[in-house]
Design a protein around this ligand. Sequence first.
Ligand code: AMP
Ligand code: MG
Length: 325
Amino acid sequence: MTKNHAGMARIPATPENIERAAAAIRAGDLVAFPTETVYGLGANAFDPQAVAKIFEAKRRPTFDPLIVHVLDLDGLAQVVAEIPPPARKLAQAFWPGPLTIVLERSERIPGIVTSGLPTVAVRIPAHAVARDLLACAGVPIAAPSANPFGFLSPTRAIHVERWIGDAAAIILDAGRTEHGVESTIVQIVPELAILRYGAIEAERIEDVLGPIARRIESSSHPVAPGQLPMHYAPRTPLRIVHGADVPWEERSGAAYVAFANDAHGYATTRVLSRSGDLREAAGRLFDVLHELDALGLARIDVEPVPEHGLGLAIMDRLRRASYAG
Ligand code: AMP
Ligand code: MG
């Protein structure tokens, strides 16, 4: 991807540049773009390896479920399993706009987008640039705020450039964002609850739905979504171990998830990345765990991966899964 004279990818959000950005999304690259809340760092939500790049760029030591942005209700239907009545009401009242709703995910959404959760967070943004990008790309765009882990959310393209300029093929610059705070998040399934206060007041949500529970992450005790009890953990006991170190007789009733190399004697084996690529491994991890969990075997043995880059997030996830298991 060509960068401008400063070696950066920040360019004005003209129609032509939005088309270039849409092409980058379709090619599996990352694009930073403005929404009415903050700038997002987006990838094709249907492409697990592209989504893995987001976690790499944010240098987040853990996985965090992402918000999927869609253009309209047709786009919504592609990423969720169903649209229950309360979701329709909220959609009618607040979309396009700074509201995110959590619904049962469609099979087309890879596990890395939702950190393995059966639900997906979705939003129809109002910002004209975000909408043009979605329309041109023709795919849903998974995008967290375009800041590195632990930093403030970016309200200007220059913030994105300073912090994670290298990671985005293109940063679409459309000046300062309108709200500067994140979207309000309302969970519809498994039950109604406000999960995050944001640009739409809780009272306005309750005007539409009536009184609902509030399950807010407190800022004095920040809880990463990956630590929440609702977070997906396989039912099958999971342990982190090199297959080669496991006694032969313990292998036949278990599944093995190898990083790069097979181990023999297991009931079934999945290799996350034959070339040892952490990005590919991250993109496959959640779907592989789901698939193996469904087999109902005695155990899932997972080979440790190198603890750098995305390997940190993979190992964090595995340690929690093995703890819960
Ligand atoms: P950001 O995109 O940086 O504004 O953050 C996304 C927010 O959405 C995080 O607080 C996540 O915990 C939340 N989120 C994303 N997916 C889900 C989900 N399936 N269930 C509950 N919360 C979610
Ligand atoms: Mg954020």
